[in-house]
Design a protein around this ligand. Structure first.
Ligand SMILES: C[S@@+](CC[C@H](N)C(=O)[O-])C[C@H]1O[C@@H](n2cnc3c(N)ncnc32)[C@H](O)[C@@H]1O
Length: 221
């Protein structure tokens, strides 16, 4: 999934302006970061990594896009590598905190990627994920691609930043995030469904529905 290589700069400037409240909410759900070793999965250009470093975390980040990683490395706030979330290039039990924002919906197998995050977390460590809500995926796949089956394994076409960027992501169900294998390895401590505008407005005007969700797991000791 190297499509971010094509619009890495546009995505970076768009996200600097938008989503600030969403990110603040997400940050406030995290434990104390001072002195903690943190991995950001699908870190993009590293702006969340820069925030985590400003809070005293020792920051690692990874992303499949070389261009995103090049921008993250320029920030000099952590150790950033090009890799795929499906096979994290880290030893088990390395991190106190594993975060991932707006990235996991790209993977085909969400449960597998969450299990990878759990693998690299220390026992008792936090795994905090902000993901596109499966309902938004469903509505987008219905409106943009004509797919009307919530359960179908499907690709979802999304448009962001006033349609200046087109994304193709994978569709998922809630069950993928609450997979028994995940819940046997980690407890679910937080689950919130949220709506951000204009994300919902641009898909189905007038309909209120969750566009993203936050999940926080704690790896079992
Ligand atoms: C919507 S952007 C989010 C970036 C950043 N986390 C943020 O919140 O701004 C999604 C990111 O996921 C990355 N990505 C997509 N598929 C990936 C994969 N299989 N493994 C790692 N990163 C991936 C993309 O390259 C992109 O940087």
């Amino acid at each position: 999934m190297e499509e971010y290589d094509q619009f890495a700069k546009e995505y970076a400037s768009g996200t600097e302006d938008l989503e600030q409240k969403t990110r603040r909410d997400f940050y406030s759900s995290l434990p104390e970061l001072k002195g903690r070793v943190l991995l950001d999965v699908g870190c993009g250009c590293g702006h969340d990594g820069a925030y985590y470093a400003s809070q005293g975390a020792v920051v690692y980040g990874m992303d499949v896009s070389e261009k995103e990683i090049a921008m993250a490395q320029e920030r000099g706030c952590g150790e950033f590598v090009t890799a795929a979330m499906e096979s994290l290039p880290y030893d088990a039990e390395m991190f106190d905190v594993v975060t991932s924002l707006y990235a996991i919906q790209h993977t085909v197998d969400v449960a597998h990627s969450i299990l990878e995050m759990i693998r690299v977390a220390k026992p008792g460590g936090t795994i905090a994920i902000l993901a596109k809500h499966p309902f938004r995926n469903l509505l987008e796949s219905f409106v943009n691609d004509g797919v009307s089956d919530y359960y179908a394994k499907r690709e979802v076409t999304s448009y962001i930043f006033n349609k200046s960027i087109k994304l193709i992501e994978n569709g998922h169900t809630m069950m993928d995030y609450l997979d028994p294998a995940v819940l046997q390895s980690a407890s679910l401590e937080l689950f919130e469904e949220k709506t951000d505008f204009p994300a919902s407005e641009q898909v189905v005007p007038g309909l209120t529905y969750p566009t993203y969700m936050m999940l926080k797991y704690r790896k079992l000791e």
